[in-house]
Design a protein around this ligand. Sequence first.
Ligand SMILES: CSC[C@@H](O)[C@@H](O)C(=O)COP(=O)(O)O
Ligand SMILES: [Zn+2]
Length: 225
Amino acid sequence: MTFASISLEHKQQVLDELRQIKQQFAAKNWFPGTSGNLSMRVGDFSPEEFHFAITASGKDKSKSTPEDFLFVDKNGQAVETTSLKPSAETLIHCEIYRLTGCGAVFHVHTVFNNVISEWFGEQGAVPAQGIELIKAFNIWEENAPVSIPVLPNFAHIPSIAELVPDVLDARIPGILLRGHGIYAWGQDAFEAKKHLEAFEFIFEYLYHSILLKNSVPQVTLDGRR
Ligand SMILES: CSC[C@@H](O)[C@@H](O)C(=O)COP(=O)(O)O
Ligand SMILES: [Zn+2]
């Protein structure tokens, strides 16, 4: 499906939805210091050809302007004449779309996702179990263990994108970059937002739980320390 054959109405709907999500995430302070990027696919998907709208690079994402988004192709190249630059991390979005065929990819930097990615960075994955929000990933087994991949945060983005196929787990719609932030995705914006919120809940839970375990003396069943 060529970009030109996608209806203007559909493109406008996607931009409106992205703008709304951007405002909602900004209200949570999820774009500190211009960080973060959001994208949504337009038109049909095939690994050989797809297009998506993505945030322009370096903008204050808590503001809404007519120059917040542009459309790119599967290689992250702008498909319309524009002075806007796509997000510096567009290639990671490209790789996630190519491998999953998903409909939306959201990336945010939070203190919790940064601290947790660093804590588990060396082991390459964040283990989580026994947290109800794991069900937001459509994992319904009793007490299911999950493992959220963590990639190194190379300055050279293509080197990060190259590693995505090695760690992508079809059951887990997210990847952490160590000391950087999370990429979460879903079949549409609703699902990508649900997944992102679940990841952030899990990271906040783990942060507090690790802190508690390391600070409170363990009490035995008979009350002795
Ligand atoms: C200014 S800190 C954040 C950036 O280095 C980057 O990680 C980021 O998420 C935003 O980059 P952007 O090019 O605006 O999409
Ligand atoms: Zn980033």
